[in-house]
Design a protein around this ligand. Structure first.
Ligand SMILES: [Zn+2]
Ligand SMILES: [Zn+2]
Length: 194
């Protein structure tokens, strides 16, 4: 396993800059791997891990760098809860651990480095130094992971009866006797411009 500094270097390159969120995300992911006993997430253990992230911020990129879990590999799952937390699932053992940044870590960072001017500087320094217990809440959890959620799932692709577009991974919905995509079923996030 790489050191915190090595992961931070990788994270800064992948994310475009080093920031407090990178430090938080790297430490969160390192702690998750440690709790699960996963030592080589990018190599020998690369098929063991699925990670749920609960926010789309700086730290999310860092979690991806450390775990090797990517959206495009289906090993990174996004739950848009706006919370600085992630759940690391070892699919080989079924064990899962949810790690959430403590709300109190922000004020602790301020008190640890009052000599620094910016909040980002204070947090960047303090998040490196803080004990895990001051930075995170750790909770063992159970995550229901149906077959279609697994990265290697090969399933049937159906065609939406309304728009004709293909839908994979059982994301279709039954609606008044028709099989529809989520958009046509009313869950849409866009409106066509006439
Ligand atoms: Zn950032
Ligand atoms: Zn459709």
């Amino acid at each position: 396993m790489k050191s915190l500094d090595e992961f931070l270097q990788d994270a800064a390159i992948a994310h475009g800059h080093l920031c407090a969120g990178q430090v938080l995300g790297v430490r969160m992911a390192m702690l998750g791997l440690e709790k699960l006993g996963i030592e080589d997430p990018q190599g020998a253990d690369r098929k063991r891990l699925v990670t749920f992230v609960e926010i789309d911020r700086c730290a999310t990129d860092a979690v991806g760098v450390v775990t090797g879990c990517r959206l495009g590999k289906r090993a990174l799952k996004f739950r848009d809860w706006g919370k600085m937390a992630a759940t690391f699932v070892d699919v080989s053992s079924g064990k899962a651990v949810r790690i959430a940044a403590k709300e109190s870590s922000k004020s602790l960072a301020r008190s640890m480095h009052p000599e620094m001017e910016s909040k980002n500087q204070q947090q960047m320094a303090a998040y490196r130094e803080m004990d895990d217990a001051d930075l995170f809440d750790v909770q063992w959890v159970k995550v229901e992971l149906p077959a279609e959620e697994f990265p290697g799932f090969k399933g049937e692709r159906i065609v939406c009866e309304q728009c004709g577009e293909g839908v994979s991974y059982k994301r279709e919905v039954q609606c008044d006797g028709r099989v529809l995509c989520r958009g046509c079923a009313g869950e849409t996030y866009y409106e066509p411009i006439p």
